[in-house]
Design a protein around this ligand. Sequence first.
Ligand code: SF4
Ligand code: SF4
Length: 257
Amino acid sequence: MTGNKIKVGFYSLTGCAGDFLNILNMEDKLLEVFKLLDVVEFALASSKVVHEKVDVAFIEGSVTTQKDLEVLKKIRENCNVLVALGNCAVWGGVQAELTGLDAKDLMKSVYNTTENYYSFLGEHKAVSEVVKVDYELPGCPIEVEEFLELLIDVIRGVIPEFKDYPVCVECKIREIPCLIVERGEACLGPITVGGCKARCPYYNAPCIGCRGPVKEEANVAGELSMLLEKGWKKQEVINRLRLFAARYKDIAKLLER
Ligand code: SF4
Ligand code: SF4
């Protein structure tokens, strides 16, 4: 704490920085909220790196390189509360689809070299697979309203609550006709954690699962068999499932090479 302000840091591992961009984009609220914080480090907003101890560390990105691994362990040592923000930090991100492929082959196909310049680990892990995580806020990117609620709880010292129901519940609340039932679409709403107010079905597009699965509860086998019954091919469904949740245990099993 600095005076009555809590000390926070925002740290990036491997990802597109979309979560922090979303936070910086809340221009109308940003200054008001940040008046309550002592922000010692904020990847994307500033290149300042201080390695200071903080009350709360917010982390985005997956653990993909040796540097990610080392930085993350240091952050964990230096913070009281660690919060993983966004799909990469919570589930490994879209890059986790590549788990199991050889780093050298990937370097060759993208950079035309077999040198492992970035010290890829060959895996794209969620933060919780490496260190203890106190809270996880999913999304690709995160919803800023959810982030603000979380931040206010953390400032007040209240334990935050997180969504534990699927997108389908939000569809029902908004009275959106079901895209699986009505049109046979490969919607991942039944296994994806809510919080986006069923944004995609609201605009007539199936959910592609960007918030990741409902932790420990997503019924992947049920989703797969329902979509097979609707005429989808197994590989088509697997390709959709793996996009944002390749490391979810039941999806990882389907992907075993
Ligand atoms: S459209 Fe998708 S998210 Fe909405 S109820 Fe149907 S399956 Fe669930
Ligand atoms: S409906 Fe699905 S894909 Fe669309 S924003 Fe929500 S979780 Fe993401």
